[in-house]
Design a protein around this ligand. Sequence first.
Ligand code: SF4
Length: 476
Amino acid sequence: MFFPFYARRLPDSHFLAVSRSGDYVFLGEEDLHKLTTAPQELELDRLAELQSKFFLGSPTRQGSLRLLASKLLAKRETILNGPSLHLIVLTLQCAHTCRYCQVSRSLGSLGHSMEPATLAAACEMIFESPSKSITVEFQGGDTLLRFDLIKFAIEKITERNLQEKRHLRFVVSSTLHQLDERMCDFFKQHNVYLSTSIDGPARLHNKNRPTPTRDSYERTINGINMARDLISPDVVSALMTTTRDSLLIPEEIVDEYVHLGFREIFLRPLSVYGFARRNFEHLGYSLSEFSLFYERAFEHILQINREGGDFREVMASVFLNKILSPFDGGFVDLQSPTGAGLAALAYNYDGFVYPSDEARMLAEMGDTSFRLGAIGETLDALLNSEVQQNLIRASTSPRIPGCDQCAYNSYCGPDPISAKNQAGDIFAAVHLTDHCRRNMWLFDFLFMKLHQQEKWFLDLAFQWANPTPEREFCCA
Ligand code: SF4
């Protein structure tokens, strides 16, 4: 008997087959035909491989069915264990006027910030999640402008955790422009990680992220250096956003990260929300333009590793984790059903809870349809809300036309929130969404790399596929 599997002809014409367990094999056309019609005619070693990877089996072999069930369970841990990523959006205050800003910003000192009582309620709500590991990420605006709120929340959560004993991780996302010694002392004492933005060399960064003093890059670098000196060398991670101006200089952007002492880069495509949508004509690009940029940067990163460097690309690592590891790395944006709500929650300064950062960005743009409820409601009420149930229905890949036949559906699924942003409908035809087209392209690209069977690349791919505590995948 054979278990259901999915086959795909890669752009380099080779056939890939992926089983329900997410195991894969590359097959010639003849072997693929034999697998579906007369598997007993396959070579013995091929037959054994297909059995061990859950392509072939016997319905009476309970052992292999149990093993398959436990493999499927391990891969779904991120969405089954309760929300583990809790984003607290403290304020929209920010001194930058970034060209791709996803929320409208506010320079006012009081407006658009979370009230302390609401923040206290959000800190309590976090512990309603049954997840043993909890990451609390503070988002803005520019969060350090409200260090008072960060301090209040971290102290409150830490105190409650004395009884709860969860594995806690705090991340503060900020430009680091306001970082000072007092903040560093506090962050060191509470094991807080910092996440910042570096788009590439100074001229690109300052163009994308202008401030009145035109020194956004220099001030972020000062913040990074201070944090490394006063907290710890690995305390800061950085994210970049790819804009039209980035496309011609992929190697220079990677070199900038290496030069700044980072050990990874996340080559993030533009998220087309807020100002990024309004400025798309100047900032945006097609998937084929992005893929050329990505492939050049990726080859450059491989060369750095070939020469003895230790540097990884985060998006590839997340995808390789899906392909190569029996354990899910916990990346919220690549789950089916969606990790939005099931694995992550965003507590917004406006007092409402959203299933993701992108959902609250849509709320800033006037679309509040993803509100799960108010801060202070029970987690049960939020997760059983019609909004959450619709998100699950729209992202369970085996039930979605298009995904149901896709070779990558054990690794991936639709993103209903970006579908709503792009096409106005969470059930928009999946193949037309940017999310699907980009994922399909990256899976193809990585499988073609794996198919080349270069031993050196396979070793690196397995290394990237397994996050370590020091180098966890970015949260969202
Ligand atoms: S979203 Fe696209 S790439 Fe992902 S499983 Fe569905 S059809 Fe495949």
